[in-house]
Design a protein around this ligand. Structure first.
Ligand SMILES: [Zn+2]
Ligand SMILES: [Zn+2]
Length: 263
């Protein structure tokens, strides 16, 4: 492998590592419920968060050298366009930016931040965004089918819609399949089992009469709408709920009147 190829191979975002480090950060704070609080993570690591006007940037992190270690100060922009964005969007974006900056600290502390090529910088940004997404929307918070809805996930995790949408797009298929399976189980449970047909003793005569009656019925499909969900027989007034059945007999089962749908 020549040198150029080696560089190209090295310059790829390492998503597996970002996932692992995000999971470690969550484990260290006791796998909190969504919305994931970031303050414990910041405080337990001794980082400082400063909210300031940054004139264009969403945020950045300063690595301050101490005698034997580094100190990190995370700056979060307060000067986002409040005419253009709602307060909720601004807050959610600041939250994502904080998670992104935490990503830089936890993933990229070994890199000399003052000496980063444009190409490497792009990769570091991708990794920090990926980390932020995993920190704010970890696998374990996906517990209900509604978590696969970007609006609901956005609300639950306090991230913006686009971040929620992207995260769902990258959701492990094992998790999404599981949620879909669980949801379909609930749908089946909510279905009311059909009433068993009563076994009644019937004379041959009665049975023949019933058979004749049934064979004489002509079924006609009716459209199911919520506005017009009842049809009444124009003779006896018997009510047929079209929302409960997808066909009603053309002749009234109750009194035998014809052209039921005209009643
Ligand atoms: Zn960044
Ligand atoms: Zn009738």
């Amino acid at each position: 492998m020549n040198e150029e190829a080696a560089v190209r191979v090295a310059l790829r975002p390492n998503f597996t590592r970002a996932n692992k480090i995000a999971d470690e950060a969550l484990r260290n704070t006791g796998y909190p419920k969504a919305p994931i609080p970031l303050i414990h993570l910041v405080e337990s690591n001794g980082w400082k968060v400063q909210h300031e006007e940054l004139h264009g940037a969403d945020g950045y992190t300063a690595k301050v050298e101490r005698r034997n270690s580094f100190k990190y100060v995370i700056y979060i922009a307060t000067d986002m366009d409040s005419q253009k964005y709602s307060q909720a969007i601004i807050q959610f974006r600041q939250r994502f930016t904080l998670a992104h900056e935490i990503g830089h600290i936890l993933l990229h502390s070994h890199i000399d931040w003052h000496n980063v090529s444009e190409e490497l910088d792009e990769i570091l940004e991708v990794e920090a965004n990926w980390f932020a997404s995993r920190l704010l929307m970890p696998d374990y918070i996906f517990i209900h089918i509604s978590d696969m809805d970007p609006n609901q996930l956005s609300e639950k995790c306090q991230v913006n819609y686009s971040a929620a949408q992207k995260r769902i797009g990258y959701l492990n298929t094992k998790i999404s399949n599981h949620l879909i399976r669980e949801a379909s189980k609930w749908v089946n449970l909510e279905d009311v089992p059909p009433e068993p047909i009563k076994q009644t003793a019937m004379s041959d005569e009665e049975y023949t009469e019933l058979e004749d009656f049934i064979s004489g019925l002509v079924f006609k499909e009716v459209a199911i709408t919520y506005e017009d969900d009842e049809i009444n027989c124009f003779v006896c007034g018997h009510t047929y709920l079209t929302t409960l059945i997808d066909t009603v007999p053309l002749r009234c089962v109750h009194c035998g009147a014809d052209n039921l749908d005209l009643g």
